[in-house]
Write a protein that binds this ligand. Structure first.
Ligand code: NAP
Ligand code: ZN
Ligand code: ZN
Length: 388
């Protein structure tokens, strides 16, 4: 056990990053006077111990809030397909036990003495990141997701405070530096806002980056959690939106979500109708599929941005790109300032996700349904169920 004096602990608390560098893993620090100061607290969570394991209730350690931290009681957490990819180690590198969840909305129950943006009782949200180096060129540009040191993910990163893995939102509470905490627009339903923190920003950011707006014809591929947000956001930005889905049952829904046209992607004739006609395609498919079929929909200088992250590589034919000077790009979530901008945009346009609320005890069944494309369009966990 680390032996420190009360003075040193106070010094840690006034020098936030001293704790980060100190790598304290004990839940209590013994003081020279023989007492102990609790640095972490145990909270209930849901996670998995192995790739093939079911998610079950477990206990995790959260740090107690220090100067710039807020402690958030989690009310709702969205279920992203990335949670499933990570829980099952499909991208490799999952650290177990793994507690997923990065679409978090809750209430602030505790705040460090230097917190300025929030007060106890405020609603707040956390997305896919909880920190970054804050000093590299990308962090300074507000692109913390591309931090040169690597962003600190809400789950499955190394927690610089405790030295263990970060744990996500399938839990009672989370402690985050206020810089990485977002404000929730007052007019939006809290549960349906949770998916904006990943599905919303991951589709908003590329739509903005590639200047989508009036006069642009945009294809959205894969109408799951991300795709359905992509349709709503691209429409609100003023684009003409064409949905490409493998699911006949989603045709009517896609129109309700705002699509101008819907194409069943398995139908070659319907696909041919849009060949060479789109300015931009956003691909949000979670599994293997023929990317060339979508590249061919682009006009000269058009871009296909991949946000979906299937487990295996997608082969690209040279002649899907060369003849029309097409670009094949990728995009990862969005920076903190842009995430707030997206939330404010959604507040202004009254945009939230279409959700199906579940209890945490239904999470394993929800993952199986996600694999079948059987969700309209985002599961959101009512975290009160964790207390049952
Ligand atoms: P989701 O809700 O499961 O939706 C995926 C959709 O892809 C399905 O609804 C389905 O749409 C389509 N699809 C599924 N299997 C398919 C197949 N075999 N062939 C063709 N289409 C298929 O997943 P999500 O949460 O939206 O996430 C989508 C992907 O984005 C995941 O890989 C996730 O990890 C990734 N992601 C990336 C980022 C990032 O920063 N880039 C952030 C979050 C998530 P239809 O029924 O309409 O065909
Ligand atoms: Zn996600
Ligand atoms: Zn950085």
């Amino acid at each position: 056990m680390v032996i420190v004096t009360v003075h040193i602990v106070e010094w840690f608390q006034t020098h936030n990053f001293a704790i980060i560098k100190s790598n304290i893993m004990e839940s209590k620090i013994a003081t020279a006077e023989g007492g102990t100061i609790a640095m972490t607290k145990q909270v209930r969570a849901f996670g998995t111990a192995a790739p093939a394991g079911q998610l079950k209730q477990l206990n995790i350690q959260r740090r107690k809030p220090i100067l710039h931290d807020v402690e958030i009681e989690i009310l709702f957490c969205g279920v992203c397909h990335s949670d499933l990819h990570t829980a099952r180690n499909e991208w490799h590198g999952t650290i177990y036990p793994c507690v997923p969840g990065h679409e978090i909305v809750g209430k602030i129950v505790n705040a460090g003495s230097h917190v300025k943006k929030f007060k106890v009782g405020d609603f707040a949200a956390v997305g896919c990141m909880v920190d970054s180096c804050r000093e590299c060129e990308y962090c300074k540009e507000g692109l913390e997701q591309y931090c040169e040191e690597g962003m600190i993910g809400t789950y499955n990163s190394t927690d610089p405070h405790l030295g263990i893995q970060t744990y996500g939102g399938y839990s009672e509470s989370v402690v985050v530096d206020e810089v990485f905490v977002l404000k929730v627009p007052e007019n939006l339903d809290l549960a349906s806002t949770a998916p904006l923190l990943c599905a919303g920003i991951t589709t908003y950011s590329p739509l903005r980056h590639w200047n989508i707006g009036p006069g642009k014809r945009v294809g959205i591929v894969g109408i799951g959690g991300l795709g359905h947000m992509g349709v709503k956001l691209a429409k609100a930005m003023g684009a003409e939106v064409i949905v490409f889905t493998t699911s006949p049952s989603k045709i009517e829904d896609a129109k309700r979500l705002g699509a101008d046209h819907v194409v069943l992607s398995k139908d070659k004739d319907q696909m041919q109708r849009y060949s060479g006609r789109l300015h931009f395609v956003l691909d949000a498919v979670s599994a293997e599929h023929d990317i060339n079929a979508y590249l061919k929909l682009l006009k000269v200088d058009g871009t296909l941005a991949l946000v979906g992250a299937p487990e295996h590589p997608l082969p690209v034919a040279a002649f899907s790109l060369i003849p029309k000077r097409r670009s094949f790009a990728g995009s990862m979530i969005g920076g903190i300032a842009e995430t707030q901008e997206m939330l404010d945009f959604c507040g202004k346009h009254n945009i939230v996700a279409d959700i199906e609320m579940i209890n945490i005890q239904q999470i394993n069944e929800a993952y199986e349904r996600l694999l079948k494309g059987d969700v309209k369009y985002r599961f959101v966990i009512d975290m009160a169920s964790l207390k049952k």
